[in-house]
Write a protein that binds this ligand. Structure first.
Ligand code: DGJ
Length: 656
């Protein structure tokens, strides 16, 4: 009936049920096929006799705290659907999902589309769509475009994972929202496999957004007696602009999604951009010592430690330490890292196999494949079919043993290629198996923290965030590119889960040379990490990095747990400013990045937000104090060093 500003139940009771738009059935919670329904269906099934239309009867509903379940049954065929709604006292996000049940005992039902929910927006004069587009190493590029009148806009992944090219959420506003003003409606899907979100805008001015797991052309089978539950497709209405919506999503993730929201993420070092595939006990010990000196708290050894994995050509699947590189196993290195006062983390890619591996030679049938078709190799690897229980059990078995036999504190779970030659039912089964392995590993090894990675940010969504503590945002560690990637990421996902590395002076991907301060200041906007060839950094740079790490430890509780205000969103070459405010408003952190100096283009004062107007804030680095009201009304002039790649960090605390 209504998804917008809060109305009292008696006010809602007076609203018309908008069930038709120019004759067409419109505004249903999960529109199927049949009748005068011509929009994007949320449900498309085929019964054994070929009938595709559904006709529902109300069965019953239950309310359990904030959880409403409405049950409907088809008038004739053995299909029931449950519509689920969950609301929270401390969040404006409404979680919706559905479940299908085959109530018969004869033929299976083919399910082409089974979305989680369809959201209907109220009428507004115009509509604009915000979403993120991207690719490998350029994830989360925010785009705002008009929502096409009379058209359907589909965002989707057919790759088996969330994917880099877009991300399963969209925001609609009435075309006039800004960072801090205006109404927005956002829907985000908690799913890490293939997915599809379809937005319809009629000429008459109606918008619906239907979303769920699965993609076109990959029907699933609902067996007699089976019940299948869809992932959550959560919705949020906010009246305080894109920034207000983001802050609500971040808070929701902290309160109801992330498994360890109250922890602060440790500063990590990751070996990837330092030693690439050439890891061994000696070089890792050496780098670990340098990392510890810089204040690193978690040392993560990336790819190359196992089987015959000396390049991307071989070894995936053979999960034992490479005997040439680790002649005494991993324990000596782990002990050394612990002795240096750091936690130890390890890279794994459980869903994959290189054809050149003992695993593949023993089980060539374990990969996704189709009869009479080739097996497409990408990065020289094939995807293991986790939909087969023996394959998923094998993966759980070695991961569980690895964690039981070693004092490993952290795993980076990577996934580096899309699915091909995939039997349709395998898509959903695979993602469910990944979730189940992650859940079981967390239960069996509660001290282990997990990072989700898929060639950078290819598996970032609310589904994986419920099972992992942080994500690897992008393989692009160039600080300038990263400003844009982080901006898009932050629209829905929280800073505490955003893995961000400061890497080598000359970035390995873009070859851009940027000063250490700029590289760190950009990475300090999330869960700070470091990568690169530390032994090649000038000693003075390592010292400066150590001071920046110490400063990060001082501010990270505000960055990771505070409220984010994107004070000056990024433009191609202008200054970007973000601010974080602690929940009690006693602390604020401002990070400002100016990649390119432009003579005569002074940076105006930046007006801060979210402070206590009656409090006085002090910048302890200068001793200057400011009124909260003045900081918000007039602002603060960020003091940049001269030249390109200038950045500054201001940490304000209230003083009596
Ligand atoms: C892709 C990841 O995104 C990188 O960080 C790194 O772990 C490589 N895979 C290793 O193969």
């Amino acid at each position: 009936m209504h998804w917008g500003p809060r109305l009292a139940p008696e006010q809602l009771a007076g609203l018309p049920l908008r069930s038709r738009s120019h004759g067409d059935v419109f505004g249903e919670e999960l529109p199927g096929e049949g009748g005068e329904r011509f929009g994007p269906p949320s449900l498309r099934v085929a019964f054994a006799d070929g009938v595709r239309a559904v006709e529902w009867d109300y069965v019953d509903h239950t309310i359990d705290g904030g959880h409403l379940t409405v049950r409907l049954a088809d008038r004739h065929y053995p299909l029931e659907v449950e519509l689920h709604y969950r609301v929270y006292d401390d969040s404006d996000v409404i979680e919706r999902w559905s479940a299908l049940r085959h109530t018969g005992d004869a033929d299976p039902i083919v399910v082409d589309i089974a979305d989680s929910a369809s959201w209907t927006l109220p009428a507004r004069p115009d509509y604009r769509l915000s979403y993120v587009a991207g690719e490998w190493s350029a994830e989360f590029q925010l785009r705002r475009v008009p929502l096409v009148p009379g058209g359907e806009t589909v965002l989707t992944s057919r790759r088996g994972i969330t994917r880099h090219q877009s991300n399963p959420w969209l925001t609609v506003d009435s075309g006039d929202a800004t960072e801090e003003h205006g109404e927005t409606w956002t829907a985000a899907l908690a799913w890490s496999g293939t997915w599809r979100i379809a937005a319809l805008r009629t000429l008459g001015g109606h918008v619906t957004v239907s979303g769920g797991s699965g993609h076109d052309g990959a029907p699933r089978t609902l067996a007699p007696g089976a019940r299948w539950e869809t992932p959550v497709f959560a919705g949020l209405y906010a009246a305080d602009g894109f920034g207000g919506a983001s802050r609500r999503w971040h808070e929701h993730a902290r309160r109801h999604v992330l498994p360890t929201p109250d922890e602060v993420r440790p500063v990590l070092y990751n070996s990837w951009e330092g030693t690439w595939f050439d890891v061994n006990e000696d070089n890792q010990r050496e780098i670990a010592a340098l990392a510890a000196e810089m204040g690193v708290e978690l040392f993560v050894m990336d790819d190359g430690w196992f089987g015959g994995r000396t390049s991307e050509r071989a070894g995936l699947g053979d999960w034992w330490p490479n005997p040439d590189r680790f002649p005494n196993g991993l324990t000596p290195l782990i002990q050394e890292v612990h002795k240096l006062g750091m936690r130890f983390g390890l890279w794994v890619e459980p869903e994959m196999v290189n054809p050149d591996s003992d695993l593949y030679r023993a089980h060539p049938d374990w990969v996704l494949h189709m009869p009479n078709r080739g097996r497409t190799e990408i990065r020289n690897q094939l995807v293991l079919d986790f939909g087969r229980s023996e394959v998923a059990e094998w993966a759980y078995g070695w991961l569980d043993r690895l964690l039981a036999e070693h004092e490993i504190d952290f795993i980076k779970w990577d996934m580096n290629r899309p699915f091909t030659e995939t039997p349709p039912d395998a898509f959903t089964a695979h993602t469910e198996a990944v979730y189940s392995i992650l859940d079981r590993l967390r239960a069996a090894h509660p001290q282990v923290r997990i990072e989700s990675c898929a060639s950078g940010g290819g598996r970032v969504d609310l589904g994986v965030l419920a099972r992992t503590d942080q994500v690897w945002t992008s393989d692009n560690t160039d600080p300038v590119d990263r400003i844009h990637i982080q901006h898009g990421y932050s629209q829905v996902y929280p800073a505490q889960a955003m893995g961000a590395w400061a890497s080598d002076p000359v970035n390995p991907l873009t070859r851009r040379l940027a000063p250490v301060r700029f590289r760190f200041h950009v990475a300090m906007a999330g869960a700070l990490g470091i990568s690169g060839s530390l032994h090649e950094w000038p000693a003075a740079e390592r010292q400066e990095a150590a001071a920046l790490v110490a400063q990060y430890k001082d501010i990270r509780h505000v960055v990771q747990h505070g409220a984010l205000y994107r004070l000056t969103p990024p433009t191609v070459e202008g200054t970007t400013v973000v601010q974080y405010v602690s929940a009690d408003r006693s602390e604020a952190v401002v990070l400002a990045w100016r990649p390119a100096v432009r003579h005569g283009q002074a940076d105006p004062p930046v007006r801060l937000a979210g402070l206590d107007p009656s409090a006085r804030y002090q910048d302890p680095s200068t001793g200057t104090t400011y009124d909260g009201a003045v900081l918000m009304a007039y602002g603060l002039e960020p003091a940049f060093p001269k030249g390109d790649y200038a950045s500054t960090l201001i940490h304000l605390r209230t003083v009596p």
